[in-house]
Design a protein around this ligand. Structure first.
Ligand code: ZN
Length: 76
């Protein structure tokens, strides 16, 4: 498999943190997906996309218990 962005061939499964924004919060979802080691392009398979959609749905309905690990701050 070659990277469609940089044409590199070093694509390996890596655990990354997907960010999902819900209102003013950012929730990190750890997923293991193939990532290009050269340019960082992420390749989502259908299963991962569905998994993330399910989590996004649940987050919008506030059904999930989350742990606070930090804060998202803004400087005005
Ligand atoms: Zn690449």
């Amino acid at each position: 498999m070659k990277c469609v962005v940089c044409h590199g061939n070093e694509i390996e499964p890596i655990e990354v943190k997907e960010e999902i924004a819900v209102k003013n919060d950012i929730i990190y979802i750890p997923v293991k997906i193939p990532v290009c080691k050269t340019c960082g392009e992420r390749y989502y398979d259908r299963k991962t996309v569905r998994y993330l959609e399910e989590i996004r749905d649940k987050l919008n309905k506030e059904e999930l218990k989350l742990k606070e690990i930090g804060k998202v701050l803004v400087y005005n």
